[in-house]
Design a binder for this molecule. Structure first.
Ligand SMILES: [Zn+2]
Length: 243
């Protein structure tokens, strides 16, 4: 028992004072994830899944016994913002955070920004939302325990979130893990959708390398299960995409 206690403690040196798991997966339609990140002041919802997902997301928060106090979006694709308006209506005063670049897409503005690659193209669904962000995220910002990391490529302004407590990386669609760990810089025939919806694959590949260099302890993505110790799988995914 003693050694077990010691092991548990040594594995969670920066554990928050909460007894909740730091990360809870909400799965929609079998293939779409949203995430609840536990903080001392409540929950951060990362991504808002598909339209109609608000009741399931609110139930998941209720089961954890904490309110959702922030919604942080990795990017503005339909399967990551679908329930945003319904959640914002149900959670008055909730913080809504997104990158400035994808905030334009959230506001249904599809015009390119000067300096973007000429061969980039918006792909996938960008239905926008009525909800306006209350906060625009820059790399290095903190959303609770999550550090904002630039992750462009899948969309022009995608961001990832690194939990500084345990180095869990919530990578949006920079990677997918459904059908194996893959970048969205190249087609994975076992789950091609994220790559097909990618704005600029060379940028996505650069992002995949930058996220790998963070040496995450866990990889959580928009599509597929959490992968522990994902480094080698990320290396293989990058090598495949770069081939
Ligand atoms: Zn997605």
């Amino acid at each position: 028992m003693c050694s077990l206690h010691t092991m548990t403690r040594s594995h969670t040196p920066d554990a928050p004072s909460t007894t909740l798991p730091t990360l809870t997966r909400i799965r929609r339609l079998g293939i779409v994830n949203a995430w609840l990140v536990a903080e001392d002041d409540g929950l951060t919802l990362v991504d808002a899944a598909t339209t109609g997902s608000a009741p399931a997301i609110l139930r998941a928060a209720e089961a954890l016994g904490r309110p959702i106090v922030r919604i942080a979006l990795t990017h503005a694709h339909v399967d990551h913002i679908g329930a945003l308006d319904a959640l914002a209506a149900a959670l008055p005063g909730v913080e809504v955070a997104v990158s400035p670049r994808d905030a334009r897409l959230l506001a249904k503005d599809r015009t390119p920004v000067p300096g973007e690659p000429a061969d980039a193209k918006l792909r996938g669904g960008y239905p926008g939302a009525s909800t306006r962000p209350t906060r625009l995220l820059e790399p290095g910002d903190r959303v609770g325990s999550l550090e904002v990391v630039a992750a462009p490529g899948h969309t022009p302004g995608q961001v990832a979130f690194l939990d500084v407590r345990d180095r869990t990386l919530i990578a949006g669609d920079a990677y997918a893990t459904l059908g194996g760990v893959a970048t969205t810089a190249a087609l994975n025939w076992r789950f091609p959708l994220p790559a097909l919806a990618t704005w600029h694959r060379p940028t996505a590949l650069r992002t995949a390398r930058e996220l790998r260099a963070l040496d995450p302890a866990r990889l959580a993505v928009g599509h597929g299960p959490v992968v522990d110790a994902p480094g080698e799988a990320m290396d293989r995914a990058i090598a495949r995409a770069a081939a």
